[in-house]
Design a protein around this ligand. Structure first.
Ligand code: SF4
Ligand code: SF4
Ligand code: FES
Length: 223
């Protein structure tokens, strides 16, 4: 590991090679908002809330700070007008999926509900934290994404759940703690049984109410 010198918002910051801009900024006490990042999991780059501008003049570009690594002499801006505008747009959209986004975040970037966006209150912001926790930490692949665009959602694969959940997470459904919106709890169908028993399908599903879950399982070959 070698030391890297960069500039964030005009301040000189030291970081170690291999660190992301996000990690370097946070270590220096500089705020960058995130929704899909967790220090225990690999970066995923889905929410784009952590975007920052790097470079200067004509060569400026916007990158996801949770993915982009520091480099010697890198110049970073975390709150330029362009970046605030990006975050405002992302939050404007997310407000139509999750109406409990922290108010301070909305206020900070001037986000407001937009008539042109249709409400799709799934309370799932598609951050993938539950999916990645199951895959990366438990090695289980019980949860996954299906669909694209507006019909993208998180689903449980029942056969996998029956095979892994009770053994991988014997005391608690550990993925529940990773859901920032709590939706995975509210769709938790089936209670944990008394000690020692195992339930095959005691698991949350994050359902888009407009979709028929059986159709989804049929599509992915799990029924
Ligand atoms: S409870 Fe099941 S889906 Fe959740 S992390 Fe554990 S193994 Fe994965
Ligand atoms: S269910 Fe929760 S943790 Fe999983 S993708 Fe949706 S918001 Fe993220
Ligand atoms: S935290 Fe970087 S894309 Fe979500």
């Amino acid at each position: 590991m070698s030391q890297i010198n960069l500039t964030i918002n005009g301040e000189s910051v030291q970081a170690e090679s291999g660190m992301t801009i996000l990690a370097a900024a946070r270590a220096a006490g500089i705020y960058i908002p995130t929704l899909c990042h967790h220090t225990e999991l690999d970066s995923y780059g889905s929410c784009r809330l952590c975007v920052v501008e790097i470079g200067s003049g004509e060569r400026k570009k916007v990158v996801a700070s949770c993915l982009y690594q520091v480099a010697e002499g890198l110049v970073v801006e975390t709150e330029s007008e362009k970046i605030k505008g990006f975050r405002r747009t992302i939050l404007n959209l997310l407000m139509h999926r999750w109406d409990k986004i922290p108010a301070e975040l909305l206020e900070r970037y001037g986000a407001k509900s937009q008539e042109r966006f249709v409400d799709n209150m799934t309370y799932c912001i598609l951050c993938g934290l539950c999916v990645r926790y199951c895959h990366e930490i438990k090695g289980a692949n019980v949860l996954g994404f299906i669909g694209r665009g507006t019909i993208r959602q998180v689903v449980i694969f029942p056969n996998q759940s029956a095979k892994y959940c009770a053994d991988c997470c014997p005391d608690d459904m550990e993925c529940l703690d990773f859901c920032p919106t709590g939706v995975i709890n509210s769709h938790y169908y089936g209670a944990r049984p008394a000690d020692g028993q195992k339930l095959p399908h005691a698991h949350p599903v994050c359902i888009n109410e407009d979709m028929n879950i059986l159709e989804i399982f049929e599509r992915v070959g799990n029924v």
